[in-house]
Every structure is written in C-alpha cells, then in structure tokens.
Design a protein around this ligand. Structure first.
Ligand code: ADP
Ligand code: MG
Length: 256
C-alpha cells in the first residue's frame, strides 16, 4: 500500500483532569473516505482539532505528506492543504458567497491605484467558477450566507476547500442540520472529492451517510479508537455495538 497522506501517532489531549483523546493512532490514505464515529463526547471533534492545529495535543505527532505538522497553527495547517469544515461551519454569515470562499485570504485591488479594498467582483467570479465545476447552483452569489440553506452553506464550505486545492478535507457532522435533499448533495460532493483523489475524514452520526460513502469506519469511545472496519466488513449493527461498547469482547470485533 502507498504511504498514508496523514498519520497521527500517539495523540493525547487533556482538558484539566479529563482525557478527551487517549493515545490515538489514525491514518488516512490518498483517495480514501474514512468515517469517524462514536457517541457524543467520544473525542471525535477534539481529535480532528488536534490535526487541524486548533488544539495542541499534549502527546503524539501529526504527519502530513511526511512532514511533521504537530503544533502548527490552523492557518499553517490550512496552507499545507488540510481544509476542515467544522460543526459550526466557520463561515461568515454576513458575507456573500465569494467573500466566504476567500475568507482569510481575500483578494484586494487598489482603489485609484492607491487604497487597498477587497475585490468582491473577482472573488465572486472565481467562486462562481468552482461552484460551477462542482455542479452547485446558488441563485445569487451576492446572497449573504445568513439567507442560505444549510446545504448551500455546506456547498460553499466545500467549494472553498476545492478552490484552495485542499489535499485532505475534514468534515465534522456536515449533514447534521440538513434536509434530505441537501444531505444527498453533501454525500455527492464527498464522492466528487474522492473521485478527485482528495481523501475525506467524515464525522457523522448518520449511519446511512456513513454506509453510503465511507471506505473505512473508525470508531472512537471514551477518547480511544476501539474499531477500524473496512466497508466490506461493516454492518450497522457491528458499528453500533462498537459505539456503545458491547462489541469489545464479541467475536465480530475488529480491533484497531
Ligand atoms: N474545550 C473543551 N474544554 C473542556 N472539555 C472539552 C472541550 N472540548 C471537548 N471537551 C470534552 O472532551 C470530550 C470529547 O469531546 P468531543 O471531542 O467534542 O467529542 P465528540 O466530538 O466525539 O462528541 C468530552 O468529554 C467533552 O466534554
Ligand atoms: Mg463533535
């Protein structure tokens, strides 16, 4: 097998006396969609925040394309090609689509050749290009995010990942707040990322989503990885047993 694009080794993260992530090893290979599952509080979001540079793990290292990125800032991690779409989406509600695709990396032009201002037109045009490529239709790119549906916002976040040539996309509960047609769209977008050989880490509670798109299922419980199951061996029942902790001694358990 080729080398993993990302590998986290021995990651631990403590909050005071609480061990949120406990000595976790995690790898993902190019073109893979890996589901990260587990009950509320299992440590999923904390683990991806350790990868994305939001939290500094107390123990362990994170390697991306062979480079040690442990303790890099979120901006550094993003610049290296890891785009994270958080539960709360981290988009700016009061900006339009173009501005959101360029959030933190705004294009500017000089008014009268002097005063730097953001180049909204250029950003909107470029955003339109990516959205078109992704086959996403948003009626007006001048719309502020606050007026858009959950699915459209998710699409904007994904467009942003594509525009900046993300090489790994992490999604934390992307379909949680969406209606059924929008959920389908997000799943289609995940497949599109995979077709473009961009691996995806998908955190989801929706078993249907996971079974539909993931190549591999990783289950966390109480900060630890308790199962690592290839799609071909995964059933909803087996996954649920790992999530609730009744499979650890079971004969079907595939221990990580
Ligand atoms: N910023 C924080 N401060 C203190 N405790 C936290 C913080 N973030 C998460 N935790 C705790 O860490 C554990 C793992 O949380 P989290 O990673 O959010 O789980 P999940 O995403 O799997 O639901 C939980 O017990 C949670 O309460
Ligand atoms: Mg979470």
């Amino acid at each position: 097998m080729s080398d993993p694009i990302l590998s986290a080794a021995g990651i631990s993260k403590f909050f005071g006396g609480l061990t949120a992530v406990d000595n976790v090893d995690f790898e993902i290979y190019p073109g893979e969609v890996v589901a990260l599952l587990g009950d509320n509080g299992a440590g999923k979001s904390t683990l991806i925040k350790c990868i994305a540079g939001v939290y500094r793990p107390e123990q362990g290292r994170v390697f991306f394309k062979g480079e040690d990125i442990t303790h890099h800032t979120p901006a550094d991690v993003r610049n290296r090609g890891i785009e994270t779409i958080y539960q709360d989406l981290a988009l700016a509600e009061n900006l339009d689509v173009g501005a959101n695709v360029f959030l933190g990396k705004e294009k500017t032009r000089r008014l009268f050749g002097l005063i730097p201002v953001t180049d909204d037109m250029l950003m909107r045009e470029e955003a339109a290009g990516v959205l078109d490529e992704l086959d996403i239709h948003i009626p007006s790119l001048k719309q502020k995010l606050v007026n858009m549906s959950g699915g459209q916002r998710q699409a904007v976040a994904i467009a942003r990942a594509m525009y900046w040539n993300a090489q790994l996309v992490i999604m934390d509960e992307p379909t949680a707040a969406l209606g059924v047609p929008e959920q389908r769209k997000v799943l289609a977008l995940i497949r599109q990322l995979r077709e473009n050989d961009i691996p995806v880490i998908l955190i989801s509670h929706t078993m249907h989503d996971v079974m539909a798109v993931a190549d591999r299922m990783v289950v966390m419980r109480r900060g630890r990885i308790v199962a690592n199951i290839p799609r071909a061996e995964a059933t909803e029942e087996l996954i649920v047993r790992h999530i609730v902790g009744s499979a650890e001694n079971g004969e079907n358990a595939v221990m990580a």
